[in-house]
Ligand binder design. Structure first.
Ligand SMILES: NC(=O)c1ccc[n+]([C@@H]2O[C@H](COP(=O)([O-])OP(=O)(O)OC[C@H]3O[C@@H](n4cnc5c(N)ncnc54)[C@H](OP(=O)(O)O)[C@@H]3O)[C@@H](O)[C@H]2O)c1
Length: 210
């Protein structure tokens, strides 16, 4: 599958690019800075097919678009890719953290629902990957023990996102409709707190008895 990773030069974006390139997918790293994106694409080239582009062209040339950008850039980035995303599967990984990283920036709802409802209404939005640490994905020698939890209202889009998550390779679960993103996006502050208390870096979530 040809996957555009918007924010592909960041910690999560490049780590996903590495894992999916190794799984045989074709990756386009989308960046605001073509020089930085080219350098990251070159660094990942030994893992598979990885190229670079600006946000709009990366999204336009791909079948699936993954958003790996900060909450502060969510609205602006969505507007840069909106034309390219009509009818496409868009996987939103955004975690809107508050200023102290202890909670969600929104009083209710989620970034993903906002994306689907207001910013990219013609895209098929799936939300997920919030609870998996980029540091684990970035080291291909590490086994991914955390599960990928995904939600969305478009069943076909969700099925494709689940398959891509399994290709990382990780266990992937459908946690329900897009409204479940309100729960998923509120889990990372809890993981940030756990990492601090237990002096760890990559604590994730794994389901049991499944
Ligand atoms: N890190 C993790 O372990 C992890 C895990 C799960 C979910 N997430 C979520 O994934 C998203 C990305 O996290 P990250 O840790 O990869 O962040 P990051 O390392 O800061 O990378 C974010 C990327 O977004 C792009 N970007 C676009 N607008 C930006 C702006 N105004 N300010 C800064 N960067 C901007 C940048 O790429 P260009 O400059 O090249 O365009 C940057 O490389 C966040 O929403 C985060 O909550 C992260």
């Amino acid at each position: 599958v040809k996957i555009a990773i918007i924010g592909g030069t960041g910690k999560l974006g490049r780590a996903l690019g590495l894992r999916w390139a190794r799984a045989g997918h074709e990756i386009v790293l989308g960046s605001r800075d073509p020089v930085r994106a080219k350098a990251v694409a070159d660094a990942l080239a030994s893992s598979g097919r990885v190229s670079a582009g600006d946000y709009g062209s990366a999204a336009a040339s791909s079948e699936v678009v993954v958003l790996a950008i900060p909450w502060s850039a969510h609205r602006e980035t969505a507007s840069a890719i909106s034309v390219a995303c009509v009818g496409k599967v868009v996987v939103d990984t955004t975690v809107p953290l508050n200023a102290t990283r202890t909670g969600h920036a929104l009083e209710r709802g989620s970034a993903a629902e906002l994306l689907q409802r207001e910013l990219l209404p013609s895209a098929r939005v799936v939300a997920g990957l919030h609870t998996i640490a980029a540091g684990v994905l970035a080291d291909a020698s590490l086994t991914i023990e955390s599960d990928v939890l995904l939600c969305g209202d478009d069943e076909e889009a969700k099925k494709l996102a689940l398959k891509l998550a399994e290709d990382l390779p990780a266990r992937a679960f459908d946690v329900g409709p897009l409204s479940a993103a309100a729960v998923l996006e509120r889990l990372p502050p809890l993981l940030i707190g756990l990492n601090k208390r237990y002096r760890r870096k990559h604590i994730g979530i794994r389901l049991s008895e499944v």
